[in-house]
Design a binder for this molecule. Structure first.
Ligand code: MN
Length: 250
């Protein structure tokens, strides 16, 4: 298969190298990744400055660094840079979990969504650890999954969000997005010129997690696989909303 690999940690990140290297053992791999870390940039696009591609081979692999966001990388690869459309888009391996509300901010997930938007089966893969992780087990799982993707069908607008815990795994659990949120903490400091600045930090708040949540699966050492879709419509809300009697102001 031909596989497009991207991420949000940037082309220098160990996670994308491990992923691309492992996939290339059995597949033709093209890497298009941001030229620096672009974590938590969500689905942003660059519209107000030119995009540049720089060849940046990773070993024997064709790889390009793009001075844009993860979504820019996938868009430019799919629409003009790749010799032919890929069979699969895989984004990652992200440094840190993308569970619960993380997916709303994640550039890793957004790169995979971008693939899905073009009708290509897409997967986001994250290592649920912020320590210096071992990306090999997650890369091997990504290869295993990639090899089986042709036999399965993802519904339209749907992708797989995979989170791999560090260490040994209890198994694979199919999950839904959990409810984990962060306590937003803005550290207030003063710069050398006496002006205030703020830096967002924040740690996850404790959350009640059901058995089938991705947060809980990772916590219990399961590889978590969540089908997610980008249609944000709340379909069940349409009939009651119609009953609200919305109309033009008089
Ligand atoms: Mn990241």
């Amino acid at each position: 298969m031909r596989i497009l690999v991207s991420n949000d940690d940037g082309i220098h990140a160990p996670g994308i190298r491990a992923l691309a290297k492992t996939l290339s053992l059995e597949h033709e791999v093209f890497v298009f990744a941001p030229d620096r870390e672009r974590s938590a940039t969500g689905h942003a696009l660059t519209l107000n400055r030119p995009l540049r591609l720089e060849r940046h081979p990773l070993g024997d692999l064709e790889a390009w660094a793009v001075n844009g966001t993860p979504s820019d990388c996938v868009k430019i690869a799919l629409s003009m840079a790749l010799p032919a459309p890929p069979d699969l888009v895989i984004s990652g391996i992200n440094r840190g979990a993308n569970v619960g509300l993380d997916v709303m901010y994640s550039g890793t997930v957004s790169a995979a969504i971008e693939g899905t938007m073009s009708g290509i089966p897409s997967i986001a893969v994250s290592l649920a650890s912020f320590e210096v992780g071992d990306y090999e087990p997650a890369a091997r799982f990504a290869l295993w999954l990639a090899n089986r993707m042709p036999q399965w069908t993802l519904p339209p607008k749907t992708l797989l969000n995979v989170n791999v815990p560090e260490g040994t795994h209890a198994g694979v659990r199919i999950t839904r997005l959990g409810g984990r949120r962060y306590e937003d903490v803005f550290e207030a400091r003063t710069d050398l010129r006496g002006k205030s600045y703020y830096w967002l930090s924040g740690t996850p708040l404790p959350s009640e997690e059901e058995h089938d949540s991705d947060v809980r699966a990772v916590h219990e050492h399961f590889i978590s696989v969540t089908p997610i879709h980008y249609d944000l419509t709340h379909y069940a809300m349409i009939p009651p909303l119609q009953d609200w009697g919305l109309s033009l102001p008089e």
